[in-house]
Ligand binder design. Sequence first.
Ligand code: HEC
Length: 160
Amino acid sequence: MKRTSRLLAVLLCLNTATAFAQDAHLHDAAHAPGRDGRAVLELDPAERVMILEEMRMFLDGVQNMTAALGRQDMQGTADAARGMGMKMVHEVPPALRDKLPLEFRQLGFSVHREFDQIALDAEGLKDVSYSLNQLSATLQKCVSCHARFQIQAPVLNDKH
Ligand code: HEC
């Protein structure tokens, strides 16, 4: 009797695990290229966290920069832009770098380089609309990278 209930419990667990796996599968399928067209970067959970942190710093920087432009504060604009420049590129662990497609790395680098240029021009030209046009062109690169790539990390496995 005891044995039977233990067996039942195991079966129930297996069943739940299968349901989980199916769920995860459905989730994957919803993001698979062809559904929304974006290429999948398969990363470890920690690598995903690292990239998303950098992304949130970008958004924060863009917010600071537009606030400074609204005040016509060109030094503030330059400082915000420089914060998103090449100095933001910290040592990317080789294991992560190897997983990132060349196109992804090139887009990332060019965004950082452009922010350094925006900083120089904000200081040199002190022209709000010029800086806004530069920002808009750079934001276009954020848009195209987001349209092309997504990150998937085995979050479920991480919990077990
Ligand atoms: C080289 C590619 C690339 C560039 C350039 C890029 N991003 Fe991202 N970004 C990504 C990817 C990939 C994700 C994860 C998307 C996903 O998995 O659905 C992401 C996610 C984000 C997120 C969500 C963060 C979170 O915590 O979920 C924000 C915000 C973001 N990016 C802002 C920006 C901004 C602002 C710029 C430009 C200044 C930018 N990104 C440039 C690739 C890029």
